[in-house]
Write a new protein. Structure first.
Length: 207
């Protein structure tokens, strides 16, 4: 399948989710399913208000929570239908765009998040764009599905080492790397990928 065909198939999938909702498609995300995950991500951020870009924001449950913590959150997604669903959660800073070509000037954000979305994207291009739009010492936070998770067929699972190598090549310093077990009400760190649901990496743009 060509790159164009893969993009079209991914777009159809998210249009379907945006129209029918996660539960009706047989898939969901931890951001949608787990209030505990939303609380955990919020706890990784400083209490001081930050400008956050969430790439692949989907239906916006996590972004709503972060907005309630008084951060300025911009949600970006390729799917118009997903953004419509996010808007129903009261989010008004929503942008339809390609993650590989972000429609923002340089040094606009303190934090860029790729929550469960990197498996649909091209890391080298996305990381370069993240580096461009982040402010000095800006933070890039990534979660991606670990091996035990039954992800969508078009979702590529990147291992921890693969992510770290690509981040270093793009000009990021790794601050944290964790394997997480996510339940509906809580998140805990585990020792290995085969016991986890999510890989978590936090990095800082090197000045």
């Amino acid at each position: 399948m060509s790159k164009k065909q893969k993009t079209a198939a991914r777009s159809r999938f998210y249009t379907d989710v945006g129209t029918r909702g996660w539960r009706q498609t047989g898939y969901d995300t931890f951001g949608f399913y787990s209030p505990g995950f939303r609380l955990w991500i919020g706890s990784q951020l400083p209490a001081k208000k930050k400008a956050i870009l969430s790439v692949g924001c989907g239906s916006g449950e996590l972004e709503k929570h972060l907005s309630e913590l008084r951060h300025r959150v911009v949600g970006l997604d390729l799917s118009h239908q997903m953004l419509k669903r996010a808007s129903r959660h009261g989010l008004d800073l929503l942008v339809q765009a390609d993650a590989c070509s972000l429609p923002f000037g340089a040094t606009q954000f303190d934090v860029l998040m790729l929550m469960e979305s990197i498996g649909y994207l091209e890391p080298e291009k996305v990381f370069a764009e993240a580096r461009r739009v982040l402010r000095k010492r800006g933070r890039l936070m990534i979660t991606t599905y670990a091996t035990p998770i039954d992800a969508h067929a078009r979702y590529r699972k990147w291992g921890m080492n693969e992510i770290i190598i690509r981040l270093a090549d793009a000009g990021f310093r790794i601050d944290e790397q964790r394997y997480l077990e996510v339940k509906r009400s809580r998140v805990r760190e585990v020792v290995s990928e085969d016991r986890s649901g999510l890989i978590y990496v936090s990095s800082t743009a090197i000045p």
